[in-house]
Design a binder for this molecule. Structure first.
Ligand code: SF4
Length: 369
């Protein structure tokens, strides 16, 4: 009796053959399976996980890797209060502050990124939202020049956007829109104090309604539980986003998250893998914080299911040397994908929706259904 009480809890069984067969048809894992991935830890379990995710990535993405680059086109003095962000005016940080760059400078940065191997380029601006005519005109000019003079897929990350402003930019050549949910609905208010999870969602829905390629994910390692990571993934699937940027917290001095370090390289690989299994057909892009969190795990990030990488510098921190990353792709037998990105079939949930914890029910709850 005592021996049975002391016995370690049984590890949840994951049927890899079944998961792979469903993923080949675009069907993602259930909430329960997503939770079970968080408990994997032995070398054998991790090998089985990576073999599965590597196969699914290859099935849907071949050996092509999306490469993204960004410019921080307006930095700092942001009135919003996002507790991870060094650009918030609420915190004393060393992040640079400047007003909107010229369209010429943005286009020149885009051209340099293209020549360096980047194939999607995002113009990122700090602030709650971008709606001033002067800023929108700068963006329109930049998009027209980039489309005319490079082979880049164009993207922007502009905060909480109205559909009419997005439509204006789309007409000028903006193809993709990036906007993160940041973290799970149940954790969002702990992280973002100046706007709501539904505000984030509305921007994503507006861009999807316009037919834009939508890139939305979050930052991991901000005090969320594994279940909340799965919760975020399920809502991204419910929103049918096209691409999921995966950021790992790089705690910036002066922000409330200074000194926070929660993730191991294995945690990071399991997060990438869980996202691939929840959304087998979508693009999973490893972005900020990979160098300091994934460390040697970067050697396995594509096996874990990532099919994209942010190259060059991040918004306020330095990234890897571009050539090092291109060399990594070559070593792994991977190639840079040429734009435009192919339209993605949706990653769909399992058909069973009967229990209160089923992902379909959770997605409905998140969607306010
Ligand atoms: S994440 Fe964006 S909206 Fe939030 S404080 Fe930083 S720049 Fe502002």
């Amino acid at each position: 009796m005592i021996r049975s009480l002391l016995r370690a809890p049984a590890r949840p069984a994951l049927d890899w053959a079944s998961i792979a067969a469903r993923a080949a048809r675009g069907i993602g894992i259930s909430e329960a399976e997503g939770i079970a991935i968080g408990a994997l830890e032995t070398p054998e379990e991790i090998s089985a996980l990576l073999a599965c995710t590597d196969g699914i990535r290859t099935t849907h993405k071949g050996n092509a890797i999306n490469t993204c680059g960004i410019t921080n086109a307006r930095s700092g003095r942001c009135p919003e209060k996002c507790n991870f962000c060094s650009q918030s005016a609420h915190f004393e940080t060393a992040a640079p502050t400047y007003t909107t760059k010229s369209a010429d400078l943005i286009a020149a940065e885009a051209k340099a990124a293209f020549e360096g191997g980047v194939r999607e380029f995002s113009i990122v601006m700090a602030g709650r939202s971008i709606h001033a005519d002067k800023d929108l005109t700068t963006l329109e000019t930049a998009f027209r020049t980039i489309r005319a003079e490079t082979g880049l897929q164009t993207c922007a990350s502009l905060g909480l956007m109205k559909k009419k402003d997005l439509a204006r930019l789309q007409a000028a050549g903006m193809e993709s829109m990036h906007h993160n949910l940041e973290t799970a609905r149940s954790h969002h208010a702990n992280i973002v104090e100046s706007h709501t999870y539904d505000d984030e969602r509305e921007t994503i829905i507006a861009a999807k309604e316009l037919g834009m390629y939508v890139c939305s994910g979050g930052i991991f390692g901000m005090g969320e539980t594994w279940a909340q990571r799965v919760e975020l993934a399920l809502d991204l699937r419910a929103l049918n986003v096209d691409s999921v940027p995966v950021n790992f917290l790089n705690p910036r001095p002066g922000t409330p998250m200074e000194g926070m370090k929660e993730l191991t390289p294995l945690d990071c690989l399991k997060i990438i893998a869980m996202l691939r299994l929840v959304m087998p057909t979508k693009d999973i892009i490893v972005c900020g914080g990979r160098e300091m969190n994934l460390l040697h795990g970067q050697d396995n990030m594509f096996k874990a299911g990532a099919n994209g990488l942010m190259l060059g510098n991040y918004l306020t921190t330095a990234g890897s040397a571009l050539q090092d990353d291109l060399d990594r792709l070559e070593r792994d037998g991977l190639v840079v994908r040429a734009p435009p990105h192919q339209p993605h079939p949706p990653s769909v949930p399992p058909a069973v929706r009967s229990t209160g914890t089923d992902m379909g029910a959770l997605a409905d709850k998140n969607a306010g259904v």
